[in-house]
Design a protein around this ligand. Structure first.
Ligand code: A3P
Length: 302
């Protein structure tokens, strides 16, 4: 209701799909009306854009750098994914319980697009942290992830998947989502950053998040944070590897054996190493054209 519909070019808005996977109108209506609290922090992203990395960072900043609890409690419990229960159970009654029962101040993860977030977000009291990522790397990361979850036909190769993402009917959705948040990036209740910025200078992102949330950090704690949030440490951290969520989905899809670590490569531009040179070129051109629709470049968005 309160989303300003003029953030996107009109022709995109007319064709807007906005979805979470599966049919979900009732769920989205429920989300629209939920209560948002002044001290809430929402980490909003598209899948595979560094959500988990940012959640762990923000949870620690919000909780006085309580590394003990972070090491002993799954991230899903400390910072639930709003759409998860609905995705696996479609139980409308119970689907939002994890966030309703969460201790305040709440840290909530969502992959919903800006117009689908609870309408009270627009009261501008809660804080939203948006992390974006080069869609080329996000697509590759997504392929490996959903393959492991058993959500792809076994014969689907990475090339098939990337081409599918490029030529699917609603392929503007990814770019609309990024651009909407980019357009409102100077709102005081929004902190806009990217996976690329986190890779480039994690220390600065931590400082920026602290400033955004009105928290401080001393030098010793900063060093602990940098170590705890490093790729090597997060790779071996069972609390941040979504083992429970992944298994819940794999049970449903009867996924077979597969080698996977949630912290897979953790690099920028890894699509160049993982795709054929022809596909890299095609994808580069595709993304360039898509972002040009908004009068920006990919570098602007990242
Ligand atoms: P790759 O699959 O490219 O390695 P999300 O949490 O949004 O699902 O994002 C997952 C991606 O973030 C994965 O990307 C994962 O490896 C990467 N990631 C998670 N923690 C990271 C860290 N500490 N440093 C760098 N990348 C990290």
């Amino acid at each position: 209701k309160r989303y300003p519909t003029n953030l996107l070019p009109q022709e995109h808005w007319d064709k807007r799909v906005c979805y979470v996977r599966g049919n979900c109108e009732k769920f989205l209506n429920k989300v629209h009306d939920i209560q948002v609290y002044d001290d809430d922090v929402w980490v909003v992203t598209l899948p595979k854009c560094g959500t988990t990395w940012m959640q762990e960072l923000v949870w620690l900043v919000m909780n006085d750098y309580d590394f003990e609890t972070a090491k002993n409690t799954n991230l899903e419990v400390r910072s639930p994914f709003m759409e998860f229960n609905y995705m696996i159970t479609t139980d409308l009654e119970k689907c939002l319980e994890p966030i309703e029962n969460l201790k305040h101040p709440r840290l909530i993860k969502s992959h919903l697009a800006l117009p689908l977030l609870p309408s009270q977000i627009w009261d501008k009291k809660a804080k939203v942290i948006y992390v974006t990522r080069n869609p080329k790397d996000a697509y590759v990361s997504e392929y490996h992830f959903i393959r492991h979850m058993g959500l792809l036909p076994p014969q689907c190769t990475i090339d098939d998947y990337i081409k599918g993402r490029m030529y699917e009917k609603d392929c503007n959705e990814q770019f609309d989502n990024m651009y909407e948040f980019y357009k409102i990036r100077s709102e005081p209740w929004l902190f806009y950053t990217s996976f690329e910025q986190m890779k480039l200078n994690l220390r600065q992102v931590i400082l920026d998040v602290c400033k955004f949330l009105g928290k401080s950090i001393d030098d010793v704690t900063m060093e602990k944070m940098l170590k705890h949030l490093s790729f090597a440490e997060m790779k071996k951290n069972p609390r941040t590897n979504h083992l429970w969520e992944i298994e819940e989905v794999r049970k449903k899809t009867n996924a077979g054996e597969s080698e996977f670590n949630f912290c897979r490569k953790g690099e920028t531009d890894s699509y160049k190493k993982e795709l054929s040179p022809e596909l890299v070129k095609e994808l580069d051109n595709f993304v360039k054209e898509k972002v040009a629709q908004y009068g920006v470049t990919l570098n602007d968005l990242l």
